[in-house]
Design a protein around this ligand. Structure first.
Ligand code: GLN
Length: 245
């Protein structure tokens, strides 16, 4: 008999990088697997912990304040970067939200210090002197199999992120600020490595995206049964309405 497919998730720095609903995002992945009879396993990797490059289907790094990012950036860069790079190369999903997104890039430049990133996304972030970019945000994504779908969320970041010349955004800003409030781009994606400023909570508000992540992480051969998403879709429609779409 075929083993039940199991989504194995590793949360990076779950005690530090967990601002704004990151635990809810993980819970959403758990529930949507369990409701379908799929397995779900969650592990965490904090400062000083070894990271297994082969043991997980999805690596998740949530948001954090600048000081939380300062605490984990060196460990991420020096200790976990090779494993995370290896995981990305074999096609595992790596999802970074806000502070986690910033650290998937080359660097996050603060006033007097540059935090190194893991360089999985060709992006760089600078902490601007101006106001934080805060508010509801909606983007139209460019994801394989989900072209044109909308992600709704909430953003709150001081950093301004710019994409490298060949880098792809995750989507086009329909409402809100996005990467830097200027170029109309939001997030970034390179294969299955995805970063976004959308908290919100991201996955409960966008159940289709939770399923996209689960399906991509589990790979070919796993078909996700549809779930009753009426409530999520209503909430999504409300979020779109609030954003004036
Ligand atoms: N500290 C980062 C910034 O302000 C990320 C914030 C966040 O994760 N919400 O830009």
């Amino acid at each position: 008999m075929r083993e039940t497919p199991t989504l194995r998730v590793c949360a990076l720095y779950p005690d530090l990088m967990n601002i704004y609903a990151d635990r809810g995002n993980l819970l959403m992945l758990r529930r949507r697997c369990e409701w379908r009879g799929l397995g779900f396993e969650l592990a965490g990797a904090g400062i000083g912990d070894a990271l297994d490059p082969d043991g997980f289907d999805l690596y998740y790094m949530g948001g954090g304040q600048d000081r939380d990012q300062e605490l984990c950036a060196a460990d991420l860069h020096e200790q976990k970067r090779p494993a995370l790079t290896g995981a990305a190369q074999r096609g595992a999903v790596v999802l970074g939200v806000c502070g986690g997104y910033q650290l998937l890039g080359h660097a996050y430049q603060l006033d007097d210090e540059e935090l190194p990133g893991v360089g999985l996304l060709d992006i760089s972030t600078t902490r601007a002197a101006g106001p934080r970019l805060i508010g509801n945000v909606a983007i139209e994504v460019d994801l394989p199999g989900a072209e044109g779908r909308v992600l709704a969320g909430f953003e709150n970041h001081g950093g301004r992120t710019h994409l490298g010349a060949g880098a792809q955004p995750l989507g086009r800003v329909l409402h809100g600020h996005g990467n830097n409030g200027e170029d109309g781009r939001e997030g970034s994606r390179d294969g299955n490595v995805i970063g976004t400023y959308l908290h919100g909570p991201l996955l409960p508000k966008n159940s289709w995206f939770a399923d996209w992540l689960i399906a991509t992480a589990l790979g070919d051969g796993v078909v996700l049964e549809p779930l009753d998403d009426e409530l999520e879709q209503l909430a999504h429609a409300d979020a779109r309405k609030a954003a004036g779409l």
